[in-house]
Design a protein around this ligand. Structure first.
Ligand code: PRP
Length: 181
C-alpha cells in the first residue's frame, strides 16, 4: 500500500469508552445473572482491548475464548468472504455465550460467526459490539448490545487498526488524510 500521510482526531475518549463499558457490563451481568459461567468469545484481533476491559467489569463467572475470522485484508477494501482462521478452544454446546466484537461494519463477520456458533447449540448466545456503523451495512445484522453508533468514518484505536498500526491508542480516533480537505 502506498503511504499517505494522515493524522488521527479523537472521536471517542478513553473516559467515554470506560463509562459506556460500565453500563453495558451492568446490563449483561443482569441478563446472565443466573449463569453458572459465561463464555466470553473475543473476535481477534480487533476486540482484544475491548474484551479485556469488558470482562473486568462483569460481575459473573466468565471463561474467555477467542476466534479469528477475517473479512478485510491489510487495507480498507471490504470483502464478502468470511474465513475462520482460528476456532474456539472450548465447547459451547449447552453453554451461555457472549460474542465480543470491536465494530460491525458490513455485518458479514458477525452474521457468519453467529450462524456458525449457533449451529453448536449454545443454551443462550448474545453479541456485543463496541462500535456500529449502520451506514455501511450490507447484510441485516444488529448486535444485542452496542457501545456507540458512529458515522461512516475510518476509525482506529482501542484495538482497531489501520494496516496493523494504531491498535494501541487508548481512544477511538478518526483517520484524516492530509491530502484531503
Ligand atoms: C474488522 C473488525 C470486525 C470486522 C467488521 O476485522 O475488527 O471484526 O472487520 O467488519 P464487517 O462487519 O464488515 O464484517 P478485520 O477482519 O479487519 O480483522 P482484525 O479484527 O484482525 O483487525
Amino acid at each position: 500500500m502506498t503511504h499517505r500521510p494522515y493524522v488521527i482526531d479523537e472521536l471517542i475518549s478513553a473516559k467515554a469508552i470506560a463509562a459506556r463499558i460500565e453500563d453495558l457490563a451492568r446490563d449483561i451481568s443482569s441478563e446472565f445473572a443466573d449463569t453458572n459461567k459465561l463464555v466470553v468469545v473475543g473476535l481477534l484481533r480487533g476486540s482484544f482491548v475491548f474484551i479485556a476491559d469488558l470482562v473486568r467489569e462483569l460481575s459473573l463467572p466468565v471463561e474467555v475464548d477467542f476466534l479469528e475470522a477475517s473479512s478485510y485484508g491489510d487495507g480498507m477494501e471490504s470483502s464478502r468472504e468470511v474465513r475462520i482462521l482460528k476456532d474456539l478452544r472450548g465447547q459451547i454446546e449447552g453453554r451461555d455465550v457472549l460474542i465480543v466484537e470491536d465494530i460491525v461494519d458490513t455485518g458479514h463477520t458477525l452474521t457468519h460467526v453467529t450462524k456458525l456458533l449457533k449451529s453448536r447449540k449454545p443454551a443462550r448466545m448474545q453479541t456485543i459490539a463496541l462500535l456500529d456503523k449502520p451506514a455501511r451495512r450490507e447484510v441485516d445484522f444488529k448486535a444485542s448490545y452496542t457501545g456507540f453508533e458512529i458515522p461512516d468514518e475510518f476509525v482506529v484505536g482501542y484495538g482497531i487498526d489501520f494496516a496493523q498500526r494504531n491498535r494501541n491508542l487508548p481512544y477511538i480516533g478518526k483517520v484524516r488524510f492530509e491530502d484531503e480537505s
